[in-house]
Design a protein around this ligand. Structure first.
Ligand code: NAP
Length: 535
């Protein structure tokens, strides 16, 4: 596939067809200069949206019936097409987001790797989740009939891409990859902060569909305002699930719309998390300065615009904590601001920091310098005590960007009380040594109830894409605490189980047939049996 990024069309792709929108236009902006970028992107209206949702519905049955090899090849072809674009993709993403080249190159690698990882899942067929209870005609007092279960995809999925990951959480990002791997057509609502990046990747997906001669309704890329077109997308009866990464207000608005439909549907929204980090005294006694450096690095990386950025750090009272605070002040003073994703996100950061700094008992601990570009605020660290955190909801709010709050705690009881007051989180991090084990054991049960991922002696930014990862957590971290949006388990969000009772073999889907033609690992009478087993 060849993609000429010089020729961005500024058009949505409705079931494979580049389409000029009839609903106004929007432009990308270079956040480092606040200058608009070419071309203008036309926004679709509701009639055009209906073309995409109808095509997705039309594509669903043929897409979900694909054999594992063709299905896996589709995901791999998307990955190859994204790589084939070459450096122009990263260059456009840099212009639109202000993120540095190394970060975006890494993100592109993560995007194609996660598509390939889902291809291995599809080839193995684990997502079918087959369970077979064979008939027991001689069972007394009642015979048992043959019951076979597999998981099927939900139907067309609406995906809202994130502003802060223009590749890995965007057009062909984790939500799209896991929905396509499940067998669900995707309608992707592009984020207005990186429309050109979205078009380039949207064309790579569309080309893969053409190359494998699949139904074009499997994927549409749409440009439109969230408040009208995004809402209409989620209200469309043909849409059966939603993936979203963004603000708490945006995510909860979509949850409300989905719940109010005549047929309510699941929304998998990743929204807001302040990712507490807890220093125990043994860890802090070791090297307070090194810890301060590492903490600040995690706060300012990607200009703090990471969902797992450490927004709250618990530090014990006493000399080692004081040393950490002093080192942090020095480190922060040396830090310079980096361009944020958009002027709007920058303005939210400024407002959030002003609000936090004006709360009773909250002090500015350290502030860096503004960056030389536009929208590059000075990294800021604040400090307070547990009693303020307990009483003031403002201290629990996410400030998206390079800002963080240090909480000094007096003792184990105060720490436990503070942690139990926190909202749901994507992560909780423990900085500890062996001498801290008893104190840590006391708070672990609290943290399990708060967070999707608990990590020790690391930093929460940086999320491994694998089979065991959980990037999720109780509300408001996400809208559904049972799931993850990163890693192969994300596919489960877009599947549901169906049981087939007493169905003749000739009428069963391949995954359930006695001869096991797809060579799946299946749970037979309660025991996992390898790919060669028939039943
Ligand atoms: P956002 O405002 O929630 O927008 C995300 C996407 O959802 C956009 O495509 C937007 O479309 C759409 N949308 C927003 N509100 C909607 C609504 N009521 N109905 C339907 N669609 C809606 O997020 P953002 O622009 O990425 O950033 C804004 C703030 O979100 C940040 O300042 C930060 O606080 C937070 N954020 C958090 C994370 C995280 O991982 N925790 C990540 C990114 C952002 P339109 O733009 O067309 O309205």
């Amino acid at each position: 596939m060849s993609t000429d990024t010089q020729q961005l069309t500024g058009q949505s792709i409705l079931a494979g067809i580049p389409s000029h929108g009839n609903g106004g236009e929007v432009r990308g902006f270079n956040p480092a200069t606040n200058q608009p970028l070419e071309p203008a992107f036309s926004l679709i209206d509701k009639d055009q949206l209906a073309l995409a949702t109808a095509a997705a519905e039309d594509a669903f049955d043929s897409f979900r019936a694909l054999d594992p090899e063709t299905h896996a090849s589709f995901l791999e072809t998307i990955a190859a097409n994204i790589e084939a674009v070459g450096t122009e993709l990263v260059a456009r993403a840099m212009e639109e987001t202000g993120l540095p080249e190394a970060r975006l190159t890494g993100e592109r690698g993560r995007t194609v790797n996660q598509l390939r990882l889902f291809a291995t899942v599809v080839r193995q067929g684990d997502q079918h989740g087959v369970r077979i209870d064979p008939a027991l005609p001689d069972r007394a007092p009642m015979p048992r009939v043959d019951i076979r279960q597999r998981k099927i995809p939900l139907g067309p999925v609406a995906v809202f891409g994130a502003s802060n990951f223009p590749l890995a959480f965007s057009t062909a990002g984790g939500d799209t990859a896991s929905a396509l791997a499940a067998g669900c057509p995707v309608i992707f609502k592009a984020h207005n902060a990186h429309p050109g990046t979205s078009e380039i990747v949207g064309r790579a997906i569309t080309a893969a569909i053409t190359e494998l001669n699949l139904h074009p309704g499997i994927f549409s890329l749409i440009y439109g305002p969230g408040a009208s077109i995004g809402q209409a997308l989620v209200s469309d009866p043909r849409i059966k699930a939603v993936g979203f990464t963004g603000s708490r207000s945006g995510g909860t608005a979509l949850m409300a719309t989905a719940a109010a439909r005549p047929e309510p549907i699941p929304v998998y929204a990743e929204m807001s998390s302040i990712n507490p980090v807890i220093f125990f005294s043994g860890a802090l006694a070791q090297d307070a300065t090194a810890h301060a450096k590492a903490y600040l690095g995690s706060v300012v990386g990607s200009s703090g615009q990471l969902c797992t950025a450490p927004g709250l750090v618990f530090v014990p009272a006493g000399a080692a904590g004081d040393e950490f605070a002093a080192a942090l002040r020095t480190e922060t003073a040396n830090a310079a601001g980096q361009t944020m994703l958009t002027a709007g996100i920058y303005n939210s950061w400024v407002q959030g920091v002003q609000n936090l700094g004006s709360q009773p008992g909250v002090e500015l601990l350290g502030r860096g310098a503004e960056g030389s570009s536009e929208n590059a605020p000075a990294p800021s660290i604040f400090s307070t005590k547990v009693e303020q955190l307990l009483d003031n909801p403002v201290l629990h709010e996410e400030i998206f960007g390079a800002a963080s709050l240090v909480i000094r705690y007096a003792d184990a009881a105060e720490l436990a009380t503070a942690l139990s007051k926190l909202e749901g989180q994507l992560t909780a991090t423990l900085q500890l040594t062996e001498s801290d084990h008893e104190a840590v054991a006391a708070v672990l049960p609290i943290l399990e109830r708060k967070a999707g991922r608990i990590l020790v002696n690391g930093w929460p930014t940086g999320v491994e894409v694998g089979h065991a990862m959980v990037h999720g957590g109780p509300f408001p971290a996400t809208s559904d605490t049972r799931t993850t949006s990163v890693g192969t388990l994300a596919i489960e969000r877009f599947l549901r189980p169906v049981a087939y009772q007493n169905i003749p073999d000739a009428l069963l889907p391949a995954a359930l047939q006695r001869s096991n033609p797809w060579k799946l690992t299946r749970r037979i009478d309660g025991t996992l049996k390898n790919a060669g087993e028939t039943a």
